[in-house]
Design a protein around this ligand. Structure first.
Ligand SMILES: [Zn+2]
Length: 358
């Protein structure tokens, strides 16, 4: 899943805030006020870097070495790594009585590299974690459209597609051209109706000879693999819908079905109970107050967004709209992480507001 424009701008702001804070060291002083009860970290892929020049989804992957650095850094910054159940339970406490700030580790989508590279590192740190499963990726029925778009543009020397009555015609020979074509198409398609986006990307894959059906098989764990993964005592399984849609673009019945049916399938296939949800894409355009209300009505104990921020006691009243701290593959740097974990960049970005759930 790639990130929308608002997030790009926000990341730039957070990044410039990072530079100021890193140079001044102000974040260390501020963290007493800004780091709250802790943070819920978000990961996608953890795998060795392939060195591809054209890698528009790179923000979604970090190396195993950096993953290890993340676990060491959160602990050296004084955070305790806890399960999502414990994190949510701690929201109800006052924070006094010696509770250390917490970090909860969460992974979205169900990639096989989580098992191959992240799991051994978490086991060696005895670090609990949560995996949010999209049932359609495990069944091979849902589409990893952001990877489809990447694969199609990698294969095509030129992008020609009809879009809203116009022909979009973009060169895509060099990595720079491919990068520009990806960005142009992504930002044209991403804000519009989901059906149109999937249709256009499907057409490009057909032109490029990309086998859409094989992508989930290549990258995502199937049910047998998930069952073995979920058996690790450190693992909590959460729900990440049937087809990974931007829920807020659809009607109530669709949203209810995506949340309730995926939960039923995951529980039945893996033989366990789930309490936690992650909204696909997870920005305000994909998950807002209506989705938070439906998740609550369906009885989820918590739900995480991709809205950036630390978790505060005030979130006890907003457990279905929890912020996360994205561990972004474009910034794999310990100093950057230390500044992020201080909470100071989010305090600047959110203008001091602790809860962003509107
Ligand atoms: Zn996802």
């Amino acid at each position: 899943m790639s990130i929308p424009l608002g997030r790009r701008i926000r990341e730039q702001l957070i990044s410039s805030g990072f530079n100021v804070l890193n140079v001044t060291g102000l974040h260390r002083a501020a963290s007493v006020f800004t780091r709250g009860r802790g943070a819920i970290l978000m990961f996608h892929h953890v795998r060795p870097w392939g060195g591809e020049e054209f890698s528009p989804n790179r923000l979604l992957e970090i190396t195993p070495q950096f993953f290890e650095t993340v676990l060491e850094t959160v602990q050296s910054c004084g955070f305790e790594i806890v399960s999502l159940d414990d994190a949510v339970a701690r929201l109800g406490h006052s924070g006094r009585g010696g509770d250390k700030p917490f970090v909860a580790l969460t992974f979205d989508d169900g990639y096989r590299d989580n098992r191959d590279y992240a799991l051994p590192i978490m086991q060696s740190h005895k670090a609990p974690f949560t995996l949010f499963v999209t049932s359609g990726f495990a069944d091979r029925t849902a589409r990893l459209w952001w990877l489809e778009l990447e694969e199609a543009i990698r294969a095509l020397p030129r992008i020609r597609i009809e879009l809203e009555g116009q022909t979009l015609d973009l060169p895509a020979v060099t990595s720079e051209e491919k990068q520009a074509a990806f960005q142009a198409l992504y930002w044209r398609l991403r804000p519009g109706p989901e059906d149109r986006m999937l249709d256009v990307i499907g057409q490009l894959c057909e032109q490029a000879g990309v086998d859409v059906a094989s992508l989930a098989d290549r990258y995502c764990m199937d049910w047998d693999e998930l069952r073995a993964y979920a058996a690790d005592p450190l693992c909590t399984i959460g729900v990440h819908t049937l087809t990974h849609p931007m829920l807020a673009k659809h009607d109530d019945a669709f949203v209810r079905r995506e949340l309730a049916e995926s939960r039923d399938i995951i529980e039945q296939k893996l033989g366990l109970k789930t309490r936690h949800l992650a909204y696909p894409v997870g920005d305000p355009v994909s998950a807002g107050p209506r989705e938070f209300a439906i998740a609550e009505e369906l009885g989820f104990a918590s739900a995480v967004t991709t809205r950036p921020g630390m978790v505060f006691s005030e979130h006890a009243a907003h457990r279905l709209a929890l912020p996360r701290l994205s561990i972004n593959g474009n910034w794999q740097d310990r100093r950057y992480l230390e500044v992020l974990l201080s909470g100071a960049p989010f305090a600047l970005w959110n203008r001091g507001r602790k809860v962003n759930a509107a």
